[in-house]
Every structure is written in structure tokens, then in C-alpha cells.
Design a protein around this ligand. Structure first.
Ligand SMILES: Cc1cc2nc3c(=O)[nH]c(=O)nc-3n(C[C@H](O)[C@H](O)[C@H](O)COP(=O)(O)OP(=O)(O)OC[C@H]3O[C@@H](n4cnc5c(N)ncnc54)[C@H](O)[C@@H]3O)c2cc1C
Length: 402
């Protein structure tokens, strides 16, 4: 068998194709994507400029041709024959591979209440158009789920004049990824913009023009959007007997349990040293794992080591989070324009995580420095982290000189 085949032309799969070529692979590379058109970025879909959903391309057709990557859009991979190293496709053909990358991403989790099929979701360009192409001014939109996508949607829809209610099953917003103090500030910003929240609240039913809540309340509404998370797309891997556990299990080199198969991006569950698996659902992870997977496909044996990092934009506020931000922060530093950055220390006193919230990109520089401090793995005191008189750059200089 010759050639590299990549299934999934999102951020991860597309980066992998270019990365394999950049790493010197000279054989055929085929990128297969079930969506039509050129690969595009997902983050702008929940943050449309003035309501216009734009398709931000990851690469141009000319880039694919220049790198001699065969792009087959509008085609699904339907079955892997591991023994024959062959992939069956939805157009009835099959393609052999020397190495295969699964970069199949995820699909939005669906509601299970009566009438659930009436709820819209947001994952693709078509989904975004279905939401934002409707008249929104003064329409009442119910968003189920106060996670990052739900809150970004709430901000965008409010800006377009919609009345927005967010229903959240948990006791607070952004419970999975964002530290409580910053999540509270974001919720306060939403409330100031006129968004209503109901916590500890689930849906019993959706019917034409209304939703019924579990406590019996009924809310009239014009649109319901389910933003309750993403299920990793593992059907191909499971069909091929590959190990899956909340994603397609991979080792540090992004290699699956069988054959010459790799997985990366939102669909991949990275095995940790303690045996647990961790799956990331962020743009940078998809990019970084894609780049590493491309090198692995080309024969390189590097291990994935990048720190988790993500951002979110809501109204005039920008959030950035890097590393491990579980539990209570050890220190807080004030930023310009009422911004704030929180820090987490490990048992050895070294920085392990940071989260910043402020106007626009105001925390970006400090989060980038915090990331380098985490990588330096040198002890740093809470006092030094909180002291605005000591720039993080100076702390980093001291840490790296030590
Ligand atoms: C609306 C939205 C906003 C976001 N905003 C942010 C943000 O602000 N910050 C941030 O860090 N992250 C954000 N993310 C997350 C980030 O975009 C994702 O983590 C990233 O795009 C995942 O890339 P991926 O390539 O792994 O998966 P995907 O982008 O899901 O790509 C997988 C592709 O594989 C295709 N596919 C699946 N199965 C098959 C098959 N059998 N055959 C062929 N093709 C197949 C799918 O159709 C899809 O095109 C956002 C995501 C969304 C949806």
C-alpha cells in the first residue's frame, strides 16, 4: 500500500495534510471530507461580524494543488478494512493507504426531550446560516446550554436584537472549562446586555412556539438552539474494532490501537500516564495535533506535549485559558480596563495554569507569558504573580535564568 489518507477536512485533518508534506513526505496524500467546499474554520461561526456568517477558509484550492494534496470533498469514508489497509467511500469506491489519519471531529449532542428534533444546533457553516439567516430582531431565542458555544451564541444573537434566554442544567455557566470567578463576570456581562438565565433547569418538551421547562413553566419562543456539547465522531473507528473511550484512543504519538492508523483533533482521546484519557475540543489542539499527526504520518515519532489553550469572545470581552485551571486560583493580577488574570500553582509551587478575562485581547500577552512560565516549570510566588509592579516578562526572565 502507498499513500497517506486523511479522513476529515476540518482544522485538524487539513493541517495534517500540509504538515505531512512539509515534513518531506513525497507520496500521494488524499484528504477526504464529507462537507462540500474548501476546508473552513469553525470558531467564526458563533461570532459572525454584524450577523453575516462568513466562511473563513483554512486554505485555498491553489494551496492544496501546490502541495499536491488530492482533496475529495462531499465524500464520506464509510468503512475501514484494517487487514487490507483500505477505506470504503460513499461514492462506492475504495482507497488503499499506507497510513491513515482519522480527524473526524465531533457532532453536536442532541436533546432528548419531546420535540427535540425542532432544536437547531451549531457545528457547521450550514448550521450557522440556518440560525443567522433568519430574522432575529425581537425574536425570542432559547439556548439550551451555558457552555462556550451557548454563551457566544447568546452574545451574537443579542447584538442582532434577539431576546435570549439561556437554560442550563447545572448550577452555573461554563462549568466544564472556565474558572468560576471569570464565568460569573461573563454571566454578569450577559445579564447587563439583557440575556436571561435559568440555572438547574432542563427542558421537558419543545412544541411549536414554546418550550416547557421541567418545573412546569412554559416559555413562548421563536427558535430553540441546543448547545449541550459535542459527541466525538467514532463510528469509523468503532466499526474497525479500534479502542474507543469518549473518543478514539491514541497514545502520545497519536497512534490508535490497531494497524497504521492515527487519530487527532476533537475525535481523539489521548491516553494519559495514569491510564485515563483526555479529549480536547479546542481550535489550537486541533491545529497542533493535526501538525503532529502529519509528521507522524510522514514517519516522525514525536510525542504530543502541547498545553491546553483556548479563547472565547463575548461582546467586548475576551477570555483566554491555558494549562490546568481546576480548583481555587492561587493569585490574581489586575489588568488594564478592569481586566483580570488568575493563576494556579502546582504542589511544587510552579505555575500550572492561568485564565484571563478583559477587554478584547487585553489578556493575550500575559497569557502567552504565563504559558512560557508554565513551560519553564520553576517555582513562582503568589505575591510575585499578583504584583502588577513585576511584569510577567521579568518573572519569566528570572525563571529561565535560574
Ligand atoms: C461554532 C464553534 C465555535 C468555536 N469556537 C471556538 C473558540 O472560540 N475557541 C476555540 O479554541 N475553539 C472553538 N471551537 C472548537 C474548534 O473549532 C474545534 O475544536 C475544531 O474545529 C476541531 O477541529 P477538528 O478538525 O478536530 O474537527 P472538525 O472541525 O469537526 O472536522 C472534522 C471533519 O470531519 C468530517 N467527517 C467526519 N466523519 C467523516 C467521514 N466518515 N468521512 C469524511 N469526513 C468526515 C466532518 O464533516 C468535519 O468536516 C469552536 C467550534 C464551533 C463549532
Amino acid at each position: 500500500m502507498t499513500g497517506l489518507v486523511i479522513v476529515g477536512a476540518g482544522e485538524c485533518g487539513t493541517r495534517a495534510a500540509f504538515s505531512a508534506r512539509d515534513a518531506g513526505y513525497s507520496g500521494p496524500i488524499t484528504l477526504i471530507g464529507q462537507e462540500t467546499g474548501l476546508p473552513y474554520e469553525r470558531p467564526p461561526l458563533s461570532k459572525p461580524d454584524a450577523g453575516a456568517v462568513k466562511r473563513h477558509k483554512i486554505c485555498a484550492g491553489a494551496d492544496l494543488r501546490a502541495a499536491n494534496i488530492t482533496y475529495r470533498d462531499g465524500i464520506s469514508a464509510t468503512r475501514i478494512d484494517v487487514a487490507a489497509q483500505s477505506l470504503a467511500l460513499s461514492d462506492g469506491t475504495a482507497i488503499g493507504y499506507a497510513r491513515l489519519l482519522l480527524a473526524t471531529g465531533g457532532t453536536p449532542r442532541r436533546l432528548r426531550c419531546a420535540g427535540a428534533e425542532q432544536a437547531l444546533v451549531l457545528r457547521s457553516y450550514d448550521d450557522a446560516n440556518a440560525i443567522f439567516s433568519q430574522p432575529l430582531a425581537n425574536r425570542h431565542v432559547v439556548i439550551v446550554g451555558a457552555g462556550l458555544i451557548g454563551l457566544e451564541l447568546a452574545a451574537s444573537l443579542r447584538r442582532l436584537g434577539a431576546r435570549v434566554t439561556v437554560l442550563e442544567a447545572g448550577a452555573r455557566a461554563l462549568g466544564r472549562a472556565v474558572p468560576e470567578p471569570l464565568a460569573s463576570r461573563l454571566v454578569a456581562r450577559h445579564c447587563a446586555a439583557g440575556v436571561s438565565f435559568r440555572f438547574n433547569c432542563t427542558l421537558d418538551a419543545i412544541s411549536k412556539g414554546q418550550v416547557q421547562l421541567n418545573g412546569g413553566d412554559v416559555l413562548p419562543c421563536d427558535m430553540v438552539i441546543a448547545a449541550i456539547g459535542v459527541v466525538p465522531e467514532t463510528a469509523l473507528a468503532q466499526g474497525a474494532g479500534l479502542e474507543c473511550e469518549n473518543g478514539i484512543c491514541v497514545d502520545g504519538q497519536l497512534r490508535c490501537s490497531g494497524g497504521a492508523i492515527f487519530a487527532a483533533g476533537d475525535c481523539a482521546a489521548l491516553r494519559q500516564p495514569d491510564g485515563s484519557v483526555h479529549r480536547f475540543e479546542t481550535w489550537r489542539n486541533a491545529r497542533d495535533q493535526g501538525i503532529l499527526a502529519g509528521r507522524a504520518l510522514a514517519g516522525d515519532a514525536a510525542c504530543f506535549e502541547a498545553l491546553p489553550w483556548f479563547w472565547s469572545d463575548q461582546y467586548d470581552l475576551g477570555l483566554q485559558v491555558v494549562g490546568n485551571v481546576a480548583g481555587a486560583p492561587a493569585a490574581s493580577r489586575k489588568l488594564v480596563q478592569d481586566g483580570e488574570i488568575l493563576f494556579w500553582l502546582g504542589a511544587d509551587g510552579a505555575l500550572i495554569g492561568a485564565a484571563g478575562l478583559g477587554a478584547g485581547r487585553s489578556s493575550a500577552k500575559d497569557i502567552a507569558l504565563a504559558e512560557r512560565l508554565i513551560q519553564a516549570a520553576m517555582p513562582v510566588t503568589p505575591d510575585a504573580l499578583s504584583d502588577v509592579g513585576q511584569p510577567l516578562k521579568a518573572l519569566l526572565r528570572r525563571a529561565t535564568a535560574a
